[in-house]
Design a protein around this ligand. Structure first.
Ligand code: C2E
Ligand code: CA
Ligand code: CA
Ligand code: CA
Length: 279
């Protein structure tokens, strides 16, 4: 006769097994998608909160598998990180973003007027020669370094902060902008802020969502804004879904905003049309 407790343990074991198997099959499918060129980038505008103008687009990876099922990057990026697939995926994302931006410039007959922001995973920074890849992507596509912004998270600083600092300085030397993504959610101390060449703090969506009804969130956002001002950095608020929120953040002195109120992440063609219609 099985006790309730051991039955539960068994079912936990089964779950762990199922999860491992699912991860493995996702890894196989993801590897194939990267090899076959089935990954896409979508582009979400980032606006200057005081003028409303689009200043940049963040590239966000999308994957629809062979059965037509879309997978969220919140699911497949961790699988890519654990399996090492983040290296080819990350290389592809840098190249694809640079190619697309150069194509937009060509269509605009010159600088199309926006930067592209590219996400770099902490694992990718540990394992790959990112400054060399970025330099190569810029050169191949005839882009100035200032046209790219690279988004890093605090987790990148945990394992080998000196190495990451070196990478950040090398990226700055290429002329790119560096943004600290998901700011406020990491656990590292803030001392790194004065040592590293960070241009922009991206205030995590969790502080922005529901902010107008939550005094604590407002207090945190205000604190991040005054910290960034004191350190001479700019700020981007992510996850802005309402006009009211974008107005409040502009009034508080936040530099840039991103969120569904402006646009969802768009396929490249739709993003270019959106830019053309707004500029
Ligand atoms: P992230 O870098 O923080 O990107 C912002 C996420 O917020 C995106 O989710 C975007 O679609 C979503 N978002 C933007 N505005 C709003 C809004 O107003 N409301 C809500 N509810 N959500 C909004 P997405 O595209 O699902 O990406 C999730 C995460 O996956 C990203 O978070 C990033 O950490 C990672 N990711 C996506 N693409 C890449 C990539 O190419 N490379 C790497 N390393 N990571 C990526
Ligand atoms: Ca980001
Ligand atoms: Ca973010
Ligand atoms: Ca996030």
């Amino acid at each position: 006769r099985r006790s309730k407790v051991s039955g539960k343990a068994e079912s936990y074991q089964m779950q762990a097994f199922d999860i491992a198997r699912e991860q493995f099959s996702m890894e196989t499918a993801l590897r194939r998608a990267i090899e076959n060129g089935d990954m896409r980038l979508t582009y979400q505008p980032i606006c200057d909160l005081s003028t409303g103008r689009i200043v940049a687009f963040e590239s966000l990876a999308r994957w629809t598998d062979e059965d037509g099922r879309p997978h969220s990057p919140d699911t497949f990026i961790p699988v890519a990180e654990e399996s090492g697939l983040i290296v080819p995926l990350g290389r592809w994302a840098i190249d694809e973003a640079a190619r697309t931006l150069a194509a937009w410039d060509a269509r605009a007959g010159g600088d199309c007027g926006v930067k592209f922001a590219v996400n770099l995973s902490a694992i990718q920074l540990q394992r790959d020669a990112i400054p060399q890849l970025v330099e190569h992507a810029l050169a191949t596509n005839g882009l100035a370094g200032a046209r790219l912004s690279l988004e890093l998270t605090e987790s990148a600083l945990v394992t080998d902060p000196d190495r990451i600092a070196g990478i950040m300085h090398a990226l700055k030397a290429l002329g790119t902008t560096i943004a600290m993504d998901d700011f406020g959610t990491g656990y590292s101390n803030l001392a790194y802020l004065q040592k590293l060449p960070i241009d922009v703090l991206k205030i995590d969506r969790s502080f922005i969502t529901g902010m107008l009804a939550d005094r604590d969130k407002v207090a945190i956002v205000r604190a991040i804004l005054s910290l960034s001002q004191a350190l001479g950095m700019m700020t981007t608020a992510e996850g802005i879904e309402t006009r009211e929120l974008s107005q409040t953040l502009a009034a508080l002195g936040c530099t840039y905003g991103q969120g569904y109120v402006y646009a969802r992440p768009l396929e490249a063609e739709a993003a270019y049309s959106f830019l053309s219609a707004s500029h």
